[in-house]
Structure formats: C-alpha cells, structure tokens
Design a protein around this ligand. Structure first.
Ligand code: SF4
Length: 447
C-alpha cells in the first residue's frame, strides 16, 4: 500500500515535470532530465534512423527525444562515445524509482554496461566468422551488397528468379522483411533460402518485432541455416495500418551487444547461460548520416561499434558530397572506419510510383534536385540507374568507405548489375589519407 502510494505521487509529480512514464529505473540524471521513455519507441540508448531535421519519425510535430538528450547532456559539438544502458527491467514498470533506488532494485537498469574488449583497429583483425562478406571486406575489396524483399505470401517461387539476377554480382544480399511492420515471410526464412542458393545472405532483425529471447533464437536458427550475417535494426514505424504493439525489448545497440557477447563468450548476456555451438555472427547495424546535428550520428556510430557492430549499411545517400562533408570526414577524424566497415546506402529508383514513396521513407533525405531529375526523365528506370551509377562512382572516391549497399525502389532486380558494372572490372582499395571532393579525388584509388 505504502509503495503504491509513493508510486502514485511520483507519477503525478514526475509526470507533470518530465512527462515521466514510470519505468521504475529512473535515468533522468544521465539524460539531461529528458525521459527517454517518451521516445515513441522507448529507445534507451540513442536515436533511431528515422529522425531528420531534429524531428521524430513517429510524431513529426515533436522533436526527437534523443536529439534533445544529446543536446542537453553534451551539446552539439562533442563526439564522445555515449554509455550503453541496459534495457529496462520490465518487472519494475509502474513502481516507484525512489523506492527502487533506496532498495537497490533498479541498480542494474541504471548502470551502464561494460563495453566488451574487442581490440583495436578491428577491421584489420583476422577473420572471426564464417561470413563471406567479412572475408571480402577484410581482403580490402570495395564490396557491393543489395537487397531482396521477402515475399508477402507463403511462396518463394519468385525469389529464385530475383536471386539469379544478383547472385554472381554482389558480395552479400540482405533479405528485407516486415517493411512498415507489414507481415511477410520472415527475413531469416528468406535468408536461409538465399544461403541455399549459394548467396551470402544478411538476415535483418528488428527490435520492433523481437524480444531478446526471439532475437537470440533467430541467431541460433541463422547459424543452423548457414546465414552468417545479421543486420540489427530498430524497425520503422507502422504507416497506415491499425496500431500494433511494438516490442522494443532492446534497442539496436543492445541487440548488437547481445549478439556480440554470444559470439565472444558463448554466453547469452541477458540469461547468463552458456550455449553449445554459439553462433559467430558477423553483425551489422544501420546509421542515418544525415541526422542533425552531425555529432549525433557519429556518437551513435561509436556506441554501436563498441557494442559489437562489424559493419554499417547507411540510410539512403542521394548527395555524396554532403555525405562526405557531414559524415565521412568525421568518421575518419575519429578513426571509426578502423573498427567497422561502412557501406553507403545507394538508392536505385526505377519507377515513378516508387519515386512518390521516397519522401515518406523515415529518415530519408531526398534533395529536390534528385526528385526533379527522376520525375522529369522520359525513362525513370534509365535515369535511376544512371544516377545510382554516378553515386557509386563518387562513393569509390571516399576514403574510409568500404563499399556500397544498393537499395532498389522498383520492381526489377535485373537492373542492379548495371549499376555496379564498373566496380566489377575495377576492384578498388581506398587510400586512407586521400581527401575527397565529388568527381575529383586528390589521390586516385588504386587496385
Ligand atoms: S525519431 Fe526515433 S529515436 Fe527520436 S523520438 Fe522519434 S522514435 Fe524515438
């Protein structure tokens, strides 16, 4: 009774002052008095990739909670790596954080995790997994990846044909699924099918849809099915469908930590249990290089690298010069590319219908000029392929960039090999010290 009364008073006072959501393990002192639980995704460690111009992806009339937290705690210049907070202990929800503080019940939930000791200059360390993507990246090749969408029905008939267009041209292929939270075949099922076809597949897991239990289970089944890469994502918000309960038992950084802990120690972090034949997954993450201010994505990148990410596939890059100026130059300054491989997300827009969707993609920064160019072209497909080829060529001149990840907005995967045609004839190594300006690198990339 006493505990309930205190919790009610706390909810009233802190609810009024901080819009507190009563997680019972208060971290306001670490987040500049901004409650992270007011993030519609309940993220505990940093922004999702959907924030642009400081706005929230889910509630665009509100500022992104995590941009506010960065601003309040370290300002808009600091590039320090943030701490990594564990996800909430669900048992403490709606209890008094004051009483939990006194009893120590919230200690684990408020104490930052110890980052794993993963070594230095990790991109130069010997091969650690069975991923062919890891082998290609560590060979110094400028890699190419693309994606195939999971079918919405219970059939993979079309997948064989789509896979045949990309199998011999790309180093790895992501199986995308559950776009906008819409049901489809699971990514893990499609990735297993791709692995059967001889493709190095990337399973995409979202914390929107996973508990820690189901995420670890997915890593286990991927290992069994020969899928050695997993991309850990937040997951975009549902659009135009009835509201669903989203999980967010973890954020992307905690997914990475769980996956990496399992790989390094053979132990599931959140249960403490040892696992026989623990999956040694090559772990990927996403980042939005255009999140503002520029220190926010750099700090989040550092956090994800320390949490265990091996590679990054970025949000769409339409403006390669801005990508270099706002993001990659800081990546090199902070030497983050020495710890993980960064692949630039390249849009391949081949239909006018897909073009209309682009501005609605959470976090996508689409310049008016690109929209005009594609919408006024007599053949959107030809222009979209040409634009993507230009972006790929510019990307090869950015020092520290390890490759490109093609994202198709259109129906026909047969166009994708044409986008990377030049790369196939010219394997490229990146000189670490070259300074890039679009179209004229001061040092020519060498084979
Ligand atoms: S943009 Fe993403 S991280 Fe920021 S408040 Fe909205 S849901 Fe949360």
């Amino acid at each position: 009774m006493f505990a309930k009364t205190i919790a009610r008073i706390e909810a009233l006072v802190k609810g009024t002052l901080f819009d507190c959501r009563m997680c019972g393990q208060c971290v306001l002192s670490q987040t500049g008095l901004v409650c992270p639980m007011t993030c519609p995704k309940g993220l505990r460690n940093g922004p999702c990739g959907g924030t642009l111009h400081g706005e929230c992806e889910v509630l665009p009339d509100r500022p992104c909670v995590w941009v506010k937290i960065h601003h309040r705690t370290v300002g808009d210049e600091s590039l320090d790596r943030p701490n990594l907070l564990p996800s909430c202990d669900a048992r403490l929800q709606n209890t008094s954080s004051y009483l939990n503080l006194l009893s120590g019940a919230d200690k684990v939930g408020r104490t930052p995790l110890e980052y794993l000791n993963l070594g230095e200059r990790r991109t130069s360390l010997p091969i650690q997994t069975q991923s062919k993507l890891e082998q290609r990246l560590k060979s110094g090749a400028f890699v190419k990846t693309c994606e195939l969408r999971a079918p919405r029905g219970a059939s993979v008939d079309k997948l064989d044909e789509q896979a045949s267009h990309v199998r011999d041209h790309f180093d790895a292929v992501n199986a995308t699924a559950y776009l906008n939270a819409r049901p489809s075949l699971p990514s893990a099922v499609v990735a297993a099918k791709l692995a059967e076809l001889g493709i190095d597949a990337v399973c995409q897991s979202t914390c929107r849809d996973h508990t820690k239990t189901s995420f670890i289970a997915e890593l286990l089944s991927n290992q069994l099915n020969g899928v050695h890469n997993t991309l850990c994502l937040t997951g975009d918000s549902y659009q135009g469908i009835p509201k669903i309960k989203q999980v967010f038992d973890m954020d992307g950084a905690i997914m990475l930590y769980e996956g990496r802990h399992l790989r390094e120690k053979g132990v599931i972090y959140f249960t403490g249990e040892r696992v026989a034949n623990a999956p040694r997954t090559f772990l990927g993450a996403a980042i939005n290089p255009f999140t503002e201010p520029a220190n926010v994505p750099i700090r989040r990148l550092k956090q994800k690298a320390a949490a265990g990410a091996d590679f990054i596939q970025t949000q769409l890059v339409f403006d390669m010069q801005a990508f270099e100026d706002r993001f990659m130059s800081l990546v090199r300054q902070e030497k983050i590319h020495e710890d993980l491989f960064i692949l630039a997300g390249i849009p391949v827009v081949t239909s006018k219908k897909a073009l209309e969707v682009l501005p609605r993609i959470p976090g996508a920064c689409v310049p008016q000029e690109s929209m005009r160019r594609l919408s006024s072209a007599s053949s959107c497909e030809a222009e979209g392929v040409q634009l993507a080829r230009e972006l790929v060529e510019q990307a090869t001149k950015i020092p520290g960039l390890a490759g490109v990840h093609l994202m198709l907005f259109g129906p026909d995967h047969a166009v994708l090999p044409a986008v990377i045609e030049k790369l196939e004839s010219t394997p490229i190594h990146q000189p670490a010290t070259a300074s890039f300006r679009a179209g004229k690198a001061t040092e020519t990339p060498t084979v």
